[in-house]
Design a protein around this ligand. Structure first.
Ligand code: SF4
Length: 178
């Protein structure tokens, strides 16, 4: 409809259309994991808790969209190598943002990703407003979305591999403007 799926597929991504995910009954467990801060992103940007808002606010945001697309790619890399993982994460984020840019003239759009937003390198959180709200990527787990469940619905499985990592984003699309 907007041409973004073809573009993502051309860049090696799998794109699966699905219902807009809801906040999971296990969301508080996911938030507790965020607070453990193993990823070191908690409280550092507007895309992660607590900056991303309460679970209720995230739930309202999800409900304001009408459709969703799961975007995924398997990267051959060493998951313990932080540089390789960052490169893969940036590749997914860049392509997901460009896809959202293609949709935006026709419909509201928002991208959720693995981890928080690092668009600016150093985020304005918590002292200033987000510099680029349209490019902000919020954390899937921060939204209380059960990724394992979502993948199951898409006919996929969470995979942990020694020599590869499969990364995901979710593109939320609102009502098409007339
Ligand atoms: S776009 Fe920039 S200011 Fe906004 S959340 Fe992302 S890193 Fe922070």
């Amino acid at each position: 409809m907007y041409g973004f799926e073809e573009r993502l597929k051309g860049e090696g991504f799998e794109v699966i259309e699905m219902e807009v995910p809801a906040v999971s009954p296990k969301a508080n467990e996911f938030r507790a994991l965020c607070e453990k801060n193993d990823c070191k992103e908690y409280g550092t940007n507007w895309g992660c808790p607590p900056g991303v808002g309460t679970l209720e606010e995230c739930g309202e945001t999800l409900k304001s969209y009408q459709g969703a697309f799961l975007v995924m790619k398997r990267y051959t890399l060493d998951p313990k190598n932080a540089k390789e993982m960052k490169r893969a994460k940036d590749n997914l984020a860049d392509s997901s943002r460009r896809a959202a840019d293609m949709i935006r003239p026709s419909a509201p759009v928002k991208v959720l990703g693995d981890g928080g937003c690092d668009y600016c390198g150093v985020c304005t959180y918590p002292g200033g407003a987000c510099r680029y709200p349209l490019q902000r990527m919020d954390s899937i787990s921060g939204y209380g979305i059960d990724m394992e469940e979502l993948l199951k619905k898409a006919g996929k499985k969470l995979a942990f591999e020694d020599g590869a990592a499969t990364l995901n984003s979710i593109i939320l699309v609102g009502k098409t403007r007339k």
